[in-house]
Design a binder for this molecule. Structure first.
Ligand SMILES: *Cc1c(COP(=O)(O)O)cnc(C)c1O
Length: 432
């Protein structure tokens, strides 16, 4: 369709990788205008954990609309909002022992991050925020300061301040504990790093290349934050809502972050919705101090509640994610072993996994061939070198197998064509 070239901005991005006009979607499938079917391993960049147009919530949404339920409500108390809050409190927070206040922010992830860091600065009276290498937190100025990627940062047009960058786990090799470095820097009044208000971190870096922090690293990060009286903000926008196997991605680490941001799959239906959770004593906002028109997407409240009721009332869904995640890991290990010529590696946790294809060119070839074979899958990482598996968590075993088969075939074809796969550069080989 020519209209897209004619008047849609050059800023478009995913549309370039998948140049079709899409029309319908159901579960793990997308259909283009011509009726071609694609298995969706991108799933709205992690927004469609429960699949497209999940039939379990569709009827509830239709009924709500049919009955003239409120669609937009600013931050007015509505029945739909109250029911969502009750479901979230009873089925997500209480069973996990978390006591949080919920702030409704503007409807995108970056809005939640902005609110979290603004509140952290205001509560502590400190400006600096610690963020990590390869972190991604959104592209509005505050969140962008915490984002690592130079392509995104370069578009800011102003100085991105107020953030100190620290190495994520394994950034300097697996021998060096980067939380010990953080502790050292914070303990040294001449380190040049101002005492921060907060640390913001993803437990699995999605856009940064599926770097999964270990439970031990997260626990010691938590200890360092407590020791220095710094707030710990977990950005769970992509890793949360079940992606790693539990509702919150940090449950396995047994930590209790001071703040948590959620968005992407929170509404369950791809409807825009974002929140920040924080400990009650941090709720020092004055009325209206941080606002926004679109903080009351009641359609999203309806589907978010339905998602919690249907999937998080017991641990069945969680076990399913773990089972499928194990399958993905086994398949990826086997693919890498057979075709990766000793160079490709696997990474990730739960249903948040990837293959490191060493460079963006190879990874791009894999995803392009996969697309020709009917699979939508994207890359991430500093050089787009990671093929990123983000399929809907509700995917059938059959489609999951089909998708993995397509990736396997694509890698086989790409590797057969490459004469030699370059060695991964190791700038920090501590052994030598
Ligand atoms: C996607 C994402 C964001 C930003 O969300 P938007 O809705 O794109 O603004 C922030 N943090 C993480 C971890 C994300 O994956």
């Amino acid at each position: 369709m020519k209209i897209f070239e004619e008047i849609e901005s050059e800023v478009q991005c995913y549309a370039r990788s998948f140049p079709r006009v899409f029309h319908k979607a159901q579960g793990e499938f997308l259909f283009d205008q011509e009726g071609n079917r694609y298995i969706d391993f991108l799933a709205g960049a992690g927004t469609l954990n429960y699949g497209h147009n999940n039939p379990l919530f569709k009827q509830e949404l239709l009924d709500y609309i049919q009955s003239d339920g409120i669609t937009h409500g600013l931050d007015l108390h509505t029945k739909a909002k109250g029911e969502f809050l009750e479901a979230f409190n009873d089925k997500i927070l209480k069973p996990r022992g978390y006591e949080y206040v919920m702030q409704f922010t503007g409807p995108t992830g970056t809005n939640a991050v902005e609110a979290a860091i603004k509140l952290a600065r205001s509560v502590t009276g400190r400006e600096n925020i610690i963020a990590f290498t390869n972190g991604f937190h959104g592209v509005t100025l505050g969140a962008l300061s915490a984002t690592g990627n130079s392509h995104h940062r370069g578009a800011a047009g102003v100085t991105l301040g107020g953030v100190s960058r620290m190495p994520y786990e394994n950034y300097l090799g697996d021998q060096l504990d980067t939380t010990a470095y953080l502790d050292k820097v914070l303990s040294d009044s001449s380190s040049g790093v101002d005492k921060p208000a907060a640390v913001i971190v993803e437990t699995v870096q999605g856009e940064g290349g599926i770097n999964a922090a270990s439970v031990e690293w997260l626990q010691s990060l938590d200890v360092v934050c407590k020791k220095h009286e710094i707030l710990l903000i977990i950005d769970d926008i992509q890793a949360g809502c079940g992606r790693t196997g539990t509702f919150f991605s940090f449950e396995e680490a047994g930590i209790y972050p001071d703040m948590v941001t959620l968005s992407k799959s929170l509404s369950g239906y791809g409807l825009p919705f974002a929140v920040v959770l924080f400990r009650p004593e941090l709720d020092q906002w004055k009325p209206g101090e941080h606002n926004g028109t679109f903080r009351g997407n009641n359609l999203a409240f309806v589907t978010a509640k339905a998602a919690i009721d249907h999937y998080w009332s017991d641990d069945k869904f969680s076990n399913e994610i773990k089972r499928k995640g194990d399958y993905i890991a086994r398949r990826l290990d086997a693919i890498v072993e057979q075709y990766g010529e000793g160079n490709f590696t696997t990474r990730g946790r739960g249903m948040f996994q990837g293959i490191n294809c060493i460079n963006g060119e190879l990874a791009g070839k894999v995803t392009r061939i996969a697309f020709q074979k009917g699979l939508i899958i994207e890359t991430s990482g500093a050089d787009d070198q990671i093929v990123k598996f983000l399929c809907p968590l509700i995917i059938s075993d059959e489609s999951l197998k089909q998708g993995m088969d397509i990736v396997e075939q694509a890698i086989k074809e790409v590797c057969a064509k490459e004469d030699s796969i370059p060695e991964e550069k190791d700038y920090f080989d501590l052994a030598s």
